[in-house]
Design a protein around this ligand. Structure first.
Ligand SMILES: Nc1ncnc2c1ncn2[C@@H]1O[C@H](COP(=O)(O)OP(=O)(O)OP(=O)(O)O)[C@@H](O)[C@H]1O
Ligand SMILES: [Mg+2]
Length: 247
């Protein structure tokens, strides 16, 4: 028995993410910081999009808006047809349980839970059936069948990141938001984690928005956008290795 049925993202609106004139400013003692100044973004279902940009350009801020972890100052934002900023706590809980998953740079695993319990958690939170089997499969998928009962402190950084990936994917989200998911892994481990992420994304048709500083990683996405001066721009031609496209 496989998880094939479970891994099927639900059909529906092709436009997974739509942003129009999204701005975000922060009030600080030193004055207002305008981070996002009119972000326009369209991501279709199943697309893979990389977002690059200098440190401090607002990439994590944008992901936080998409995830409903923060609200925009102005503009409209839709994820699966819903504005995450307009949801109440119950709505947001459902949105996080059923629509999106996030992989953070620093894993954000629950320290007091084992690897398996961490992966089970999102399924438990939404009251799914067959939790144990699915969590075990997800851990096995990331090569950690032998680490089920390890706590985060007993695992390497790469192992923790793979647990975080299993936890993000076990709910088969329609949209996966990944913020520098290999940021603190060595190159080889980072590549393995990313191979895994792209395999799962491809096999499940999950929409991926990947924030990264790595051009190599960005190039694995169908499209790259650069966040610069508070707006998203298409990647420049010279960044896309356009060798010999002669017409
Ligand atoms: N809560 C906050 N209050 C004030 N300023 C903030 C807040 N959160 C973020 N900022 C500012 O917004 C800007 C964008 O931050 P953000 O974390 O989105 O950048 P980033 O592109 O993800 O950078 P990095 O590549 O370093 O992760 C930064 O200048 C940061 O200082
Ligand atoms: Mg960031």
């Amino acid at each position: 028995m496989t998880s094939g049925g479970v891994l099927q993202p639900s059909a529906g609106d092709a436009a997974q993410v739509r942003a129009r004139g999204v701005t975000k400013h922060f009030a600080t003692p030193a004055g207002t910081v305008d981070v996002l100044r009119g972000v326009e973004l369209d991501v279709e279902r199943g697309e893979t999009v990389a977002i690059v940009g200098e440190s401090g350009s607002g990439k994590s801020t944008l992901l936080a808006l998409l995830a409903g972890l923060d609200t925009a100052s102005a503009g409209t934002l839709e994820v699966g047809g819903i504005d995450p900023g307009s949801m109440d706590e119950a709505g947001l809980a459902g949105f996080r349980a059923h629509t999106i998953s996030i992989v953070f740079q620093h894993f954000h695993l629950m320290k007091s839970l084992t690897a398996l319990e961490n992966v089970r958690l999102p399924l438990e939170l939404r009251g799914d059936a067959d939790i144990a089997g699915r969590a075990e499969r997800a851990l096995a998928d990331v090569g950690l069948a032998a680490r089920q009962s390890h706590f985060p402190a007993q695992m390497s950084g790469g192992e923790c990141q793979r647990v975080a990936l299993a936890r993000a994917m076990v709910t088969t989200p329609r949209l996966l938001l990944a913020d520098e998911p290999t940021g603190n892994l060595d190159e080889k481990t980072g590549r393995r984690v990313m191979d895994l992420l792209f395999d799962v994304v491809a096999s499940t048709g999950t929409t991926l928005i990947l924030v990264t500083h790595s051009e190599i990683l960005a190039a694995r996405c169908a499209r790259t956008l650069t966040l610069s001066n508070g707006v998203l721009l298409p990647a420049t031609a010279d960044a896309r290795a356009g060798a010999g496209a002669g017409n």
